[in-house]
Design a binder for this molecule. Structure first.
Ligand code: DC
Length: 214
């Protein structure tokens, strides 16, 4: 039986963490679509390409091969899973993800990769664009302070106030851009995780999946 789950939400809302847990408990495959935008951002930074130059970014898209396999992201055959998690790459990903051709390429890859089987895709546009017919759509959110704290725990050498500001900028860019902004699908279920533990959120989503699978 095929079954797809779309999980959207802002930076730090717990999408990837929760998706991984639910996938390992239920035997689903996770696709972290943000990692794909990060890989494009990393490629541009490595090549010293101005990420604000949309035409230039468009011109390099054919040189980029991205694969997401078993929780690892490969850029032209190299595992870049660790390299994409820096604040520089976060900012570059947020910028390049506003470009139409970048989105067309990655949305196509995401749709192809989740065709047959049981998948959870997490991102910003999954519920209304990548998987409009998903069996379950969830929009995860949390307060800005809570999301900043969560990122801070992952990057303890960073500065909490700076992280909060970076998340605010990303929230603004991701939700106000013209191409597929961060948006809750009309038929998505809103889950505010501010006061919830990771296990509580994962169990809530497992419950929703089980309800829809029956
Ligand atoms: O989920 P993340 O923080 O790793 O995503 C990195 C950036 O990629 C984020 O700022 C917005 C963009 N993104 C997107 O536009 N669409 C998606 N489906 C996933 C991520």
């Amino acid at each position: 039986m095929d079954f797809t789950v779309a999980i959207d939400g802002p930076a730090g809302s717990g999408k990837s963490t929760i998706s991984k847990i639910v996938c390992s408990k239920l035997g689903f495959t996770h696709i972290d679509t943000g990692a794909m935008y990060r890989a494009v951002g990393l490629f541009a930074l490595n090549k010293k390409i101005d990420i604000n130059d949309e035409e230039k970014i468009n011109s390099i898209l054919d040189d980029i091969e991205i694969k997401y396999v078993e929780g690892k992201i490969y850029l032209n055959g190299n595992d870049v899973s660790g390299l994409i998690r820096t604040p520089e790459v976060s900012a570059a990903a947020s910028k390049v993800s506003s470009y139409k051709l970048v989105r067309e390429k990655l949305v196509y890859l995401q749709q192809q990769a989740s065709k047959d089987g049981k998948y959870i895709l997490d991102g910003r546009d999954i519920g209304y664009k990548v998987l409009p017919n998903a069996n379950l759509k969830v929009f995860l959110t949390a307060s800005i302070d809570c999301r900043a704290e969560r990122r801070f725990k992952e990057l303890p050498n960073a500065n909490l106030d700076e992280i909060r500001e970076q998340i605010k900028v990303r929230d603004h860019n991701d939700s106000t851009r013209k191409e597929s902004p961060l948006k809750m699908a009309d038929d998505a279920i809103l889950v505010d995780t501010t006061e919830m533990t990771i296990d509580e959120v994962a169990n809530k989503i497992i419950e929703l999946i089980n309800e829809r699978m029956c």
